[in-house]
Design a protein around this ligand. Structure first.
Ligand SMILES: [Fe+2]
Length: 325
């Protein structure tokens, strides 16, 4: 007898329907050394994935791609990520990088999914190794290689790489996580979970390795970018039901974001951020997602019967880096 707890074809149809409605908004190149950027809004997690490209050579990178995961049925699909591939194909773009800004706690990364299809290299910040080490112990995965070898390149602060004729620069951006980085590509900066739109403030810092003081300093670095830099956020939770937005500038942030206002001292920011974090529940997908995202989005291997499993810890999650299990 075959028992379907969830009808997998129904779930696939659901996620495909969702993917068909994806909001895509473009931010055109402003000329020389200025990329064209398209943002794709993932409604379920309030995340934005990006394609950024050089209008001269049409070489492109994907930033923070999302993989669809339904935790109720254990269904994983690439329907949303396929939108990025279809877009790239329709525009005649040649993908050269799949970039993550940090290991995400609220959604699965589609980096490995996209690499499997495109053979394009994946990259992230080098300090992902520290996050791997923490979560390796939390998940009790002694065989897991916490050396960053799951990615093709690990970036250090100030590293540069090319997307066609554009120079991309890496800026260490700790605070939300200790491995967070910003990609500065021409006049565009992908800040992910640092500053959100001005009405949403800044990212939480209470995950292992998060640090409000470090986040304040990272925000100051981002605000010191040229005034007209296009800042692209990684999330938008649409406060008061407004339309999803994700692009701002340092000038807008300084004027309108109370977490980035020039009158806010470091100590005041730390109090503001810490008080807010103490009220937030953990992201619903965190314990599902991190075991996948510390492996670049690689899913668990299936057994001979085609069954694959995620681990879900139910013990005390307190972990000190000096402790060995
Ligand atoms: Fe995050």
């Amino acid at each position: 007898m075959i028992v379907h707890l969830c009808d997998p074809t129904h779930m696939l149809r659901e996620s495909e329907r969702e993917a068909e409605k994806v909001l895509v908004r473009e931010s055109p190149s402003r000329g020389r050394n200025s990329p064209h950027v398209a943002g794709f809004y993932h409604t379920k997690t309030g995340s934005i994935s990006y394609i950024v490209w050089d209008p001269v050579t049409r070489m492109a990178a994907i930033v923070d791609p999302v993989l669809d995961f339904d935790e109720k049925c254990g269904t994983i699909t690439g329907a949303f990520a396929d939108n990025l591939l279809n877009f790239a194909q329709e525009r005649g773009l040649q993908l050269t990088w799949i970039l993550d800004t940090h290991p995400h706690a609220d959604h699965f990364s589609a980096a490995s999914y996209l690499k499997r299809i495109t053979a394009v290299p994946m990259a992230i910040g080098r300090r992902v190794i520290d996050i791997q080490t923490t979560w390796k112990h939390i998940y009790a995965m002694p065989e897991f290689k916490n050396d960053g070898s799951q990615w093709d390149r690990l970036f250090d602060d100030n590293d540069e790489f090319k997307i066609g004729t554009l120079i991309a620069r890496v800026v260490d951006s700790p605070g939300h996580t200790l491995a967070s980085i910003t990609y500065v590509i021409g006049d565009a900066a992908f800040t992910h979970d640092t500053l959100f739109m001005p009405d949403s403030g800044s990212a939480r810092c209470d995950f292992p390795g998060g640090d409000a003081r470090a986040l304040y300093r990272t925000i100051q670095t981002i605000l010191s970018f040229p005034d007209d830099t296009r800042l692209f956020a990684g999330h938008d939770y649409r406060p008061n039901g407004r339309a999803a937005l994700w692009e701002s500038t340092p000038v807008i942030q300084r004027a309108e974001n109370r977490h980035a206002h020039r009158s806010l001292s470091e100590q005041d920011f730390i109090s503001l951020r810490t008080n807010r974090d103490s009220t937030l529940p953990l992201p619903g997908l965190m314990l599902f997602a991190l075991q996948v995202n510390i492996q670049g989005g690689k899913l668990p291997t299936s057994d001979q019967l085609g069954r694959a499993f995620l681990k879900f810890p139910i013990h005390d999650l307190t972990y000190r880096a000096t402790e060995e299990p």
